[in-house]
Ligand binder design. Structure first.
Ligand SMILES: C[S@@+](CC[C@H](N)C(=O)[O-])C[C@H]1O[C@@H](n2cnc3c(N)ncnc32)[C@H](O)[C@@H]1O
Length: 429
């Protein structure tokens, strides 16, 4: 055991100790004096356990979650919420100045909503008949009875389902619990085999709400496939009838099934799309290309203000949702198509229009940035869930004649270290 001072907070929200030996300490805050255990782990990533906080930071608070010390889901519950926002803002500034080569940055506009009960979908793993999350950097299950960042409806489902899952542990490896904006609850289970026929109706009868929606997905690709990887999954609908989850963006209503990508924080999603519309300030004559468009979350609100929108996305099912939602909302000036944007092909590469929206997964959008003809593009709106790939992509985009004019840190994932960012690039030459 040794007593050390925490010099800084890493971008993954780990305390950084520099003296007498460099190491990372989860749960420690910058400026604190702490006691740590022996250093372990890889040479490039030495870690030590936090044994005691001797002199706490004034920014430290008691974590609300009973599982916080063992669960790997949240990393920042012990930091006051306003400081969490500053941490994310600084992280964004650091990554952009270091890796996008930007010396001066516009003011960071911060979007935040409530730090707890914001998660409208929650994915849990099943091991040994118990439901939970994995501990940080491991596949050890931490059984969860309640999750403070999830909505109350999801916590109600979890309390009911936890004991029942033990009976069907051979059929269920993961569970996703959802609550939509209007309170509708849904369940998506995933396993390597279909559920027994009688189990669905029995379980639905004992559910805490009468109209629970439930899909079971059978993986055809073997163990370890996440629910997001829906391409190799066969879906079994266990509730009767045709029902959807829903959310609203202004005058538009989106319907969705739990099986495909949707934003997890509905309040921040509303603020994010409103900010995108505000920043782009479309006049009505623009052609917009929305890449990684999902189910049209950004494309459809933009289509209300542009001449036309083309949306491209890998998931056929998301494209079908986008088309369905365009039709329901009577939007005719939008066209959606499937395409793998990591191997981009298509006419739209040569004629992207005057506005391009990029909202890629964590890996970023390097391939499509390289392939697209940017010469006629006036504005680029980039939404990112990974500030590191954002910085690298900006280093590719800015030399194509753009300047960074707006910058925002959006707290899509409060209490975690993850930072969602939005930037607006405008043509300078
Ligand atoms: C961060 S989400 C954004 C979705 C949408 N813009 C929204 O606001 O909901 C990223 C999207 O990229 C899609 N995607 C992942 N890999 C892709 C690929 N190789 N080509 C095209 N789309 C991909 C995902 O299916 C997902 O819909």
């Amino acid at each position: 055991m040794s007593r050390v001072r925490v010099a800084d907070l890493s971008f993954q929200a780990l305390g950084v100790v520099k003296e007498p030996q460099f190491c990372f300490v989860a749960g420690a805050l910058a400026g604190e004096e702490i006691e740590i255990g022996p250093i372990y782990g890889r040479k490039k990533f030495p870690q030590a356990d936090l044994l005691r906080v001797v002199k706490p930071s004034p920014s430290r608070q008691q974590a609300r979650c009973q599982h916080y010390d063992s669960c790997g889901g949240c990393q920042l519950q012990h930091l006051h919420y306003p400081e969490q926002l500053s941490f994310k803002e600084q992280n964004l500034r650091y990554q952009l100045s270091r890796f996008a080569g930007l010396q001066s940055l516009p003011k960071v506009e911060v979007l935040s909503e409530q730090p707890f009960a914001w998660r409208h979908r929650l994915r849990l793993h099943q091991r040994g008949g118990r439901l939970g999350f994995f501990a940080a950097n491991s596949h050890d299950l931490v059984a969860i009875e309640r999750c403070e960042i999830a909505t109350d409806g999801i916590n109600g489902l979890l309390a009911w389902l936890g004991p029942l899952v033990a009976e069907q542990s051979q059929h269920i490896s993961q569970i996703e619990l959802l609550q939509d904006e209007f309170g509708q609850l849904a369940l998506a289970t995933q396993g390597l085999s279909p559920l027994p026929q009688d189990w669905g109706p029995q379980l639905l009868q004992s559910a805490p709400v009468a109209n629970l929606l439930w899909w079971h997905q059978v993986s055809t690709q073997g163990k370890g496939q996440g629910l997001n990887n829906v391409y190799g999954l066969h879906s079994q609908q266990l509730h009767p009838g045709q029902h959807w989850l829903r959310y609203r963006l202004g005058e538009l209503e989106f319907q969705y099934s739990p099986l495909y990508f949707t934003q997890v924080n509905l309040a921040i999603n509303k603020a994010m799309v409103a900010q995108a519309l505000d920043w782009l300030a479309l006049k009505g004559d623009e052609s917009v290309l929305d890449l990684f468009c999902g189910m049209g979350n950004i494309s459809l609100p933009l289509a209300k203000q542009a001449a036309r929108v083309v949306g491209v996305e890998l998931s056929q099912a998301s494209i079908e949702h986008a088309q369905h939602n365009a039709k329901r909302n009577q939007i005719g000036n939008v066209q959606f198509q499937t395409g793998d944007l990591f191997k981009p092909r298509g006419q739209w590469l040569r004629q992207p229009g005057s506005v391009v929206v990029l909202d890629p997964p964590r890996k970023g959008a390097a391939e499509v940035i390289a392939a697209l003809d940017w010469s006629e593009v006036e504005k680029v709106l980039y939404v990112s869930c990974n500030v590191s790939s954002l910085a690298h992509d900006l280093a590719l985009l800015l030399p194509k004649g753009f300047a960074l004019s707006r910058l925002s840190a959006m707290d899509m994932f409060p209490n975690s270290y993850h930072t969602e960012a939005m930037v607006l690039l405008t043509r300078v030459n």
